[in-house]
Design a protein around this ligand. Structure first.
Ligand code: HAM
Length: 441
């Protein structure tokens, strides 16, 4: 009887305290070797580079709430998009209002821009953000229900120079992280009038094959035919070979815009691949769309993507102001860095681990510890009162660079032995000089 109730309680605990599907913890070090991309030191490193490079390019940080009124997303991302039809985490608040956890960053940034009338403050606003997004996705590698994006939005400039700046920022960021083998896919989906002509042409060509298209593409045939171009289904691919390029439908201005952008990227040495089938899954884009992929990832190979969205602000009730931006997924970026052995800092910065032997030594070690920290030297000390062997095990587990054991003898002589954990080499120094020595280690 006792055994059964014990088992029941254990099962209950096991069931109720497991993490939800599609989300993950970021730990100092994940015990699962396949989950090493979830180490917080890697995230901090990437986040530091994001802040550095964004500010170098003149972008300022914006933070918006985790949830917004649902209508903001349905109106901006598009009522027929996958995000709106299948993926939003929507709930009614206690006042009966429909709210949605942020599935992407562009719409909230635009909401804030319009609401605060930021166009009256500056003719051009350049924002960057770094926050979690929520999408109820089918679970698979590279697709999470909470993912983190580095995004930028440049608001106020219609010139292709602005597109170039945004694309070069994304490309330079990935390069600065040491990622190689990137492919930048570039396309122009023109403006609404050219897209309408193209949509009709696409439907005319695909209509005779409607029964043979994949169920997803058949559904998109009426509501959003351009998204059929995105299909990876081999059957759809076969019919898509008959479809003309959207490039052939661009008006003169749109074509010049695209050619200027290509020219700017070329002179800056940013390689790109013109991909007329790239349309992206959010409805607000016009003209330039782009995506950067890495062959290190499987089917979900997009590290980042974005484009121009000149009508979004107006469609949300603001003034007519052109904009362009991108979003890049941190999970996929860190996974790619690990696969390519790009530099990622080691999880522990602890330089010195102090092990006292006895009460008197404990106080002296604590004094030394505080002195080291005052000089901003990362140090820790053993408070466990356990045997030396155990204390050494702790030093090893936190990957301390050096260890110093301080006992009666060391207190008497004023000399301590520093042991480098990696090599096992030892050096003797005066206790009073330790802080000075570690300033240079
Ligand atoms: P997006 O293409 O939906 O664009 O997402 C941008 C990036 O976020 C993707 O390239 C990918 O790296 C990452 N990502 C998206 N969904 C997931 C997921 N479920 N799991 C892991 N990573 C994911 C946008 O969200 C636009 N707001 C980008 C933008 C900004 N366009 C203009 N400005």
């Amino acid at each position: 009887m006792f055994q059964y109730s014990y088992l029941f309680c254990w099962l209950l605990i096991e069931m109720s305290y497991q993490i939800a599907k599609g989300v993950f913890d970021i730990l100092p070090e994940d015990p699962d070797p396949k989950g090493n991309w979830r180490s917080s030191s890697y995230w901090q490193h990437v986040e530091k580079v994001i802040r550095e490079i964004s500010e170098e390019f003149g972008f300022e940080e914006i933070r918006t709430p985790l949830f917004e009124k649902s209508e903001l997303f349905t109106r901006s991302i598009g009522a027929t998009s996958d995000i709106v039809t299948k993926e939003m985490y929507t709930f009614l608040d206690k006042g009966g209002r429909s709210m949605t956890l942020r599935p992407e960053g562009t719409a909230p940034v635009m909401r804030s821009f319009i609401e605060k009338k930021l166009h009256l403050q500056k003719p051009v606003s350049k924002f960057y953000y770094l926050f979690p997004m929520f999408r109820y996705e089918r679970q698979q590698a590279g697709r999470y229900r909470q993912h983190h994006q580095f995004g930028v939005e440049a608001i106020g400039i219609a010139s292709p120079y602005q597109d170039a700046e945004v694309i070069i920022l994304l490309y330079s960021f990935l390069k600065r992280l040491g990622i190689q083998g990137l492919t930048l896919h570039l396309n122009s989906i023109g403006d609404e009038s050219c897209r309408e002509l193209y949509r009709l042409q696409l439907q005319n060509i695909l209509r005779p094959h409607l029964q043979e298209l994949s169920p997803e593409s058949a559904l998109r045939f009426e509501s959003n035919p351009l998204r059929i171009l995105d299909s990876k289904d081999p059957k759809d691919q076969q019919f898509l070979t008959k479809v003309p390029s959207i490039m052939d439908f661009l008006g003169k201005e749109e074509r010049t815009h695209f050619e200027t952008l290509c020219h700017l990227l070329s002179i800056e040495g940013v390689p790109f691949h013109i991909n007329p089938k790239l349309v992206r899954g959010l409805d607000y884009y016009n003209r330039t769309v782009f995506e950067v992929t890495s062959k290190e990832l499987g089917a979900q190979d997009s590290l980042g993507g974005g484009g121009r969205y000149d009508s979004l602000i107006e469609s949300l009730g603001g003034p007519s102001i052109p904009s362009v931006g991108f979003g890049a997924g941190l999970e996929r970026i860190i996974q790619t860095m690990l696969a390519q052995h790009a530099f990622l800092p080691s999880p522990s910065p602890t330089k010195l681990y102090l092990i006292p032997l006895g009460e008197e030594a404990k106080e002296k070690c604590f004094e030394l510890l505080c002195n080291l920290r005052e000089k901003r030297i990362p140090a820790q000390m053993d408070f466990s009162d356990k045997k030396l062997k155990n204390a050494m095990r702790i030093a090893d587990s936190i990957k301390a660079q050096y260890v110093a054991i301080i006992g009666e003898e060391e207190l008497k002589s004023g000399q301590i032995v520093l042991k480098e954990m990696k090599t096992g080499q030892t050096e003797t120094h005066s206790i009073d000089q330790i802080t000075e020595i570690f300033k240079h280690v």
